[in-house]
Design a protein around this ligand. Sequence first.
Ligand SMILES: NC(=O)C1=CN([C@@H]2O[C@H](COP(=O)(O)OP(=O)(O)OC[C@H]3O[C@@H](n4cnc5c(N)ncnc54)[C@H](O)[C@@H]3O)[C@@H](O)[C@H]2O)C=CC1
Ligand SMILES: O=C(O)C(=O)COP(=O)(O)O
Length: 391
Amino acid sequence: MVYTVKTYNNINKIGLRELGNGFQIDGDHKENPDAYIIRSENLHGATLPENLVAIARAGAGTNNIPIDVATDQGIVVFNTPGANANAVKEAVLASTLLSARDYIGATSWVNTLTGEDVPEQVEAGKKQFAGSEIAGKTLGVIGLGAIGARIANDAVRLGMNVIGYDPYVSVETAWGLNRAIIRATEIHDVFKNSDYITIHVPLTEETRNTFDREAFDLMGKDVTVINFARGELVDNTALFDAIETGVVKRYITDFGTEDLLNKEKITVLPHVGGSTEEAELNCAIMAGQTIRRFMETGEIINSVNFPNVKQTLTTPFRITLINNNVPNIVARISTRVSDAGINISNIINRSKNDHAYTLLDLDESDEQKVQALADEFNKSEHIVKVRIIKK
Ligand SMILES: NC(=O)C1=CN([C@@H]2O[C@H](COP(=O)(O)OP(=O)(O)OC[C@H]3O[C@@H](n4cnc5c(N)ncnc54)[C@H](O)[C@@H]3O)[C@@H](O)[C@H]2O)C=CC1
Ligand SMILES: O=C(O)C(=O)COP(=O)(O)O
């Protein structure tokens, strides 16, 4: 069995080797592949092909994928948690330091100087570039996931006071946080008490415009706002007013829109937070491994729309079903299998919201019988996607 994968956005080739020999990448079947591996490609409004069963986002944010549409079509969407977190952490630490001292302005100025007395001009003019230090300043971190937690811990090591806000922080992350980090129970405490604020949350309806007029009104003066998460987390009109009134000293973002460009107190980067050799490789490796595991075994790890399901395949065949999460569905599924004269060795059914994923390990080596059962499932009400996996 050869599975087909279509890639978008230059996925690292070495990482894609994780797929192994059983996969054809960007070959003849690329218009109707089994799986996509993508980065920031915007899939909203695109038709998801009929054969597609999986989308792996080689990266963290999945707001470029129509998750509800994919779920309704029985497509499992994955991401690669933490795989590019160190890259973003370093970009944010660099941004913090760049805001504290105007290195960019200073080098531009030095390059304007001419004459044999450049050293003297440097000494005479350098006072205009005196900055401040980040040690002793307060950094607010909104979102303590893979990126935010790393930044919070490293900022403590750099001598900063750190306030973290994340009402949904995972237990695992909480264990890894430096005890010096102050936990804010209200986001307002971050706005009120920080010299620097950095945000690391997914873009959702809840987080959209986290930095709105009310947020800026709570801040003191000369606050640096750093946004390597998504542009839509900031209300730009409110931001411009906050810059005008001296509340925001500098806004550094990885997400450019026309209104942000060429403004003195705004630094825009071209979405390069996760663009390092290491991060691109990590993401591609993890995406490749995730897709291979899902296609070859049906196991789900790191999905954003279906629960994790792990079960070693020991029988000749496994049928995987994506079904609507309705009463009595498991009983109906097992009845269908027994009506086909097949014994179930193992069954797992895990649900998430309106959908569920079911693994049926079958004590049956007759491929035609298994195919006939899969055909029955394909015709059944509430069954969205059916796959047969051969050991
Ligand atoms: N600029 C770039 O190239 C990159 C940008 N990103 C962006 O950064 C985001 C975060 O990435 P990771 O840290 O890897 O994700 P993550 O999933 O590890 O962490 C996100 C954290 O946000 C928290 N959160 C969710 N809603 C929240 C809310 N309303 N208030 C406070 N916290 C909330 C979650 O509990 C979680 O701990 C991604 O969703 C993506 O949009 C990620 C990687 C690269
Ligand atoms: O991982 C993320 O969420 C990112 O924003 C990285 O985007 P990219 O894969 O570099 O286009």
